[in-house]
Design a protein around this ligand. Structure first.
Ligand code: PMP
Length: 292
């Protein structure tokens, strides 16, 4: 990832990709004082950009630091990064973190940095797997109690257990892992929210201890616009066998149908297909007729 051409926006300037470096005594590297976003640009326009920038600022506040740029400035940095790299359909990764001025748990004197990188990132899961539905296994780690971790922040530290579970899943031949929450309820995958369907109704866990994804909220709106009922509630793992369709959502994953969660099997059906088509349509920038 580091050895390539292109430009990365770092602390206000677009710099050559290979030159953007941090010191090994960066506080974020030792103590996970970092927050990030994941965005997608479709035909050069970043979908729900301001919501992502707002969430980044909010995540930093939760970790007790202020990003020295406004939401509007972060929006512009993201747009400039996509344009400077001459990208159209791509993934955008802003990251804010504490620098290397102070080592130790206390880090109030550290400089706060912001960078934005963008690169081509096609389907998060291989396309042929995605159409058939991906296979998911059960994770061992659980999403932590919000009393034990800043569950609402998109914070680097919360991904430690996600990487462990994703590796475990991949080694066993699966695409992802389903994590339960600290109470033993169905929570989410390692980088995506989960939806389950039976009898024409969509069920999804209440996001009270994990990220309420921007894609999750978008998909709920799309379902409601189609008159499909969506129930956000506590879902127990014992219920997983009672659903007929399943999909996961995220900026990177978009809407990805699921064919298996452990011993349970699903078949991508009408609702998954309808929402997948609606989402694909929605993310396309609206071309202004007046300009033609
Ligand atoms: N949960 C986790 C753990 C994630 O990493 C993501 C991706 N950011 C999501 C859910 C989905 O969030 P969004 O739809 O905002 O990308």
């Amino acid at each position: 990832y580091h050895d390539r051409d292109g430009l990365i926006w770092m602390d206000g300037a677009l710099l050559p990709w290979r030159d953007v470096k941090v010191h090994v005594l960066t506080h974020a590297l030792h103590y996970a004082s970092a927050v990030f976003e994941g965005e997608r640009s479709y035909e050069g326009e970043i979908f729900k950009l301001t919501e992502h920038s707002e969430r980044l600022v909010e995540s930093a506040k939760i970790l007790d630091f202020d990003i020295p740029y406004s939401v509007a400035e972060i929006d512009q940095a993201c747009r400039d990064t996509v344009a400077a790299n001459k990208l159209s359909d791509c993934y955008v990764r802003p990251l804010a973190w504490r620098g290397s001025e102070q080592m130790g748990v206390s880090a109030r004197q550290t400089k706060i940095h912001l960078m934005v990188a963008a690169w081509n990132w096609g389907s998060y899961f291989p396309m042929e797997q995605r159409l058939k539905g991906i296979r998911i296994t059960h994770a061992q780690y659980r999403r932590p109690d919000p009393a034990c971790a800043p569950a609402k922040a998109k914070a680097a530290g919360l991904y430690m257990i996600c990487t462990i579970e994703k590796h475990r899943a991949e080694r066993a031949g699966y695409s992802d892992a389903l994590m339960l929450d600290y109470r033993g309820r169905v929570a989410e995958c390692t980088g995506a929210n989960v939806f389950l369907i039976k009898d024409g109704v969509i069920h999804t866990p209440e996001p009270d201890c994990f990220l309420d994804g921007i894609t999750r909220r978008t998909v709920i709106d799309l379902a409601k616009a189609r008159g499909i009922e969506v129930i956000a509630r506590a879902i127990m793992p014992e219920e997983l066998g009672s659903f007929t369709e399943c999909f996961i959502t995220g900026t990177a994953a978009e809407i990805t149908p699921v064919s298996e969660i452990g011993e349970h099997h699903y078949k991508p059906g009408k609702i998954t297909e309808t929402l997948l088509n609606d989402y694909t349509e929605l993310v396309k920038p609206k071309k202004r007729v007046a300009a033609e």
